[in-house]
Each structure stands twice: as C-alpha cells, then as structure tokens.
Design a protein around this ligand. Structure first.
Ligand SMILES: *[C@@H]1O[C@H](CO)[C@@H](O)[C@H](O)[C@H]1NC(C)=O
Ligand SMILES: *[C@@H]1O[C@H](CO)[C@@H](O)[C@H](O)[C@H]1NC(C)=O
Ligand SMILES: *[C@@H]1O[C@H](CO)[C@@H](O)[C@H](O)[C@H]1NC(C)=O
Ligand SMILES: *[C@@H]1O[C@H](CO)[C@@H](O)[C@H](O)[C@H]1NC(C)=O
Ligand SMILES: *[C@@H]1O[C@H](CO)[C@@H](O)[C@H](O)[C@H]1NC(C)=O
Ligand SMILES: *[C@@H]1O[C@H](CO)[C@@H](O)[C@H](O)[C@H]1NC(C)=O
Ligand SMILES: *[C@@H]1O[C@H](CO)[C@@H](O)[C@H](O)[C@H]1NC(C)=O
Ligand SMILES: CC(=O)N[C@H]1CO[C@H](CO)[C@@H](O)[C@@H]1O
Length: 237
C-alpha cells in the first residue's frame, strides 16, 4: 500500500511539474509601430511580414536557450518565401531557420533557464537596424529597450545601408569581437585581445545603456523574470 501511494504520488508530481513547465512556454506578441514594413524574425520561431500596426503572436518552447527575436528591413520574397533582406536576412528565407546577418538589433532569451527564470537582454553585438522595446507582463520585471537614433548618429566607419554595424562586424578583430577562439595564434597571446569597452562600444552604450554593447558587457545588461511571463515586443516603440 505504501509503495502504491508513493508511486501515485510521484506520478502526480511528474504531472504537476510537467503542467507547470508546459505553461511556461514564452509567449511573444510582436508589433510593428514603425512607419515602414518590418519582417519580424525569430530563431527558433520563423518569421512574418508586419505592415505598420500589425502584430505577430508566437510561442517559443520553454527551456530554449539562446533564442532571439529581431526585425528585417527592405525585404523581397517570392511566393515560396525565398528572397533577401537588406538587414537581418536569415539565409534568404521569410521563415527563419537560422540567425540573421548584421546589422540587426537583437532581443536574446533563455527561457525557463535556471531557477524557473527567463533571462533576456537587448543586444547591439550585431549592430543596430530598428529601435526595439521588450516589456514583460509582470510589472516587477525590467523593460529592455534601445530606441536612440543610432543610425542617424552612427560613426562613419560603421555606417552600412539600412543600419549601423557593430565594430566587430566591420573590423573583425579580437579587440572588438572578444572571441576566445582567436583567429590566429599571434592574436591569441596578445594581451590587448582581452576584452574591454572601446570608443565604439561606448557610442552604443551611451545611447542605449540597457543593451549589450560588446560581447563581455554582461554586468549591466542581463535581466530576468519568472518563467511563464508573456512579452510584448515593439519595433519603433
Ligand atoms: C498584440 O498586440 C496588439 C497591439 O498592441 C494587440 O492589438 C493584440 O491584441 C495583442 N495580441 C495578443 C494575443 O495579446
Ligand atoms: C517616418 O517617420 C520618420 C520619422 O518620424 C519621418 O522622417 C519619415 O518621413 C516617415 N516616413 C513615412 C513614409 O511616413
Ligand atoms: C501559445 O501557447 C498558448 C499556451 O499553450 C496557446 O494557448 C496559444 O494558442 C499559443 N499561440 C500560438 C500563436 O501558437
Ligand atoms: C542556407 O540555404 C541554403 C539553400 O539556399 C542551404 O543549402 C543551407 O543549408 C542554408 N544554411 C543554413 C545555415 O540554414
Ligand atoms: C528602457 O528601459 C529602461 C530599463 O528598464 C527603463 O528605465 C526605461 O524607462 C525604458 N525606456 C523606454 C522608452 O521604454
Ligand atoms: C530601404 O532602402 C531604401 C533605399 O536604399 C532606403 O532609402 C530606406 O531607408 C530603406 N528602408 C529601411 C527601413 O531601412
Ligand atoms: C596586439 O593587438 C593590438 C590591437 O589589436 C595591435 O595593435 C598589436 O599590434 C598587437 N600586437 C601583437 C604582438 O600582435
Ligand atoms: C509548451 C511546452 O513546450 N512545454 C514543455 C516545457 O518543458 C517540458 C520539459 O521541460 C516539456 O515536457 C513540455 O512539453
């Protein structure tokens, strides 16, 4: 009898835990308030065309880490959903099955990652193409955003059609990219390859203090919220 009780209790526990987890898929309501068309993208998740004022409601499975949401501009796609975008292109498909190419402002997520928490941030590590804001449904969780005029004020060397590149994309050096796997043995032993803010990363940080401006910018940029939160994402808030 004791064994049976114990067994049904653990079955109950498994069901309870599973249903809590199932409720904790991240739900995202993505709205385009830009006065131009944005092709919203998520990996994992796909992508859709959003005219001004349109929304895309989508779920990202709980437990997903390194998920990202971004917007693409100036795209052309055929009836099969094949084509290309000037910024944020994901290998030429409307429904993304890979990450986007720079420059693109990115929202990053790890859902239900640790202690039942979602972790999220806005990242300029791939530069900037569209102003963006993320608002969790729980008021106690922080909003993240980057709404400054980054394109209008972009340093000349980082300017590209439709956006402002991160210096890592433009110069591709360890100083800006902070890649632990350096591109050459010489670079790997170079002390200046250890990563610190640069004048370019400060350009981004001054305008968007809540965003990752370079790859090791962790201390000031990551936010968390209870798993199961729903999130509003707005392009051009
Ligand atoms: C998504 O946001 C739009 C714009 O605010 C709103 O009209 C719509 O009802 C929202 N959808 C859901 C499922 O919350
Ligand atoms: C979109 O908004 C920007 C800034 O508010 C403005 O300069 C531009 O003329 C607008 N474009 C269109 C097509 O309405
Ligand atoms: C997202 O998940 C919720 C809860 O499981 C479900 O009610 C909703 O229909 C899903 N939305 C979409 C767009 O799949
Ligand atoms: C990109 O698309 C090509 C086909 O156009 C495909 O062969 C390739 O695997 C895709 N790459 C990725 C990373 O999805
Ligand atoms: C941007 O996010 C910060 C940090 O959560 C918040 O203090 C600020 O009010 C937000 N700004 C906008 C315009 O949403
Ligand atoms: C799309 O491309 C045109 C021509 O290059 C440019 O003028 C326009 O600003 C671009 N739109 C966006 C939203 O980047
Ligand atoms: C170390 O890196 C700095 C900056 O990237 C560069 O100027 C310098 O020449 C490098 N030194 C060596 C020995 O590679
Ligand atoms: C909706 C959803 O994807 N739920 C999943 C959450 O995670 C648990 C395991 O951690 C899965 O069993 C659920 O299917």
């Amino acid at each position: 009898m004791a064994i049976i009780m114990k067994k049904s209790f653990s079955i109950f526990l498994v069901i309870a835990i599973t249903s809590i987890a199932a409720a904790q898929a991240g739900n995202f309501n993505i709205t385009n308030k830009c006065n131009y068309t944005v092709w919203a993208a998520a990996f994992p998740g796909g992508g859709v065309k959003l005219n001004t004022g349109e929304s895309w409601n989508m779920n990202i499975t709980n437990g997903t880490s390194n998920a990202r949401i971004w917007g693409r501009t100036n795209c052309t796609f055929d009836n099969l959903g094949l084509g290309k975008c000037q910024t944020g292109d994901c290998n030429g498909t409307l429904a993304c099955q890979t990450i986007g190419t720079p420059p693109n402002t990115i929202l990053e997520f790890s859902l239900n990652a640790y202690n039942d928490l979602d972790f999220y941030d806005v990242s300029l590590v791939q530069g900037f193409n569209i102003p963006i804001k993320l608002t969790p449904s729980f008021n106690s969780c922080g909003t993240v955003n980057c709404t400054a005029d980054i394109i209008g004020e972009c340093p000349t060397q980082l300017q590209v059609p439709g956006g402002c590149n991160n210096p890592c994309t433009t110069f591709n050096t360890p100083e800006y990219c902070c890649n632990s796997v350096a591109r050459s043995a010489v670079v790997a032993t170079n002390a200046s390859a250890t990563c610190a803010p640069t004048s370019y990363s400060k350009f981004f940080k001054e305008r968007c203090p809540y965003a990752y401006s370079y790859p090791k910018d962790d201390a000031t940029s990551t936010y968390s919220c209870m798993g199961g939160t729903t999130y509003d994402v707005v392009f051009c808030p």
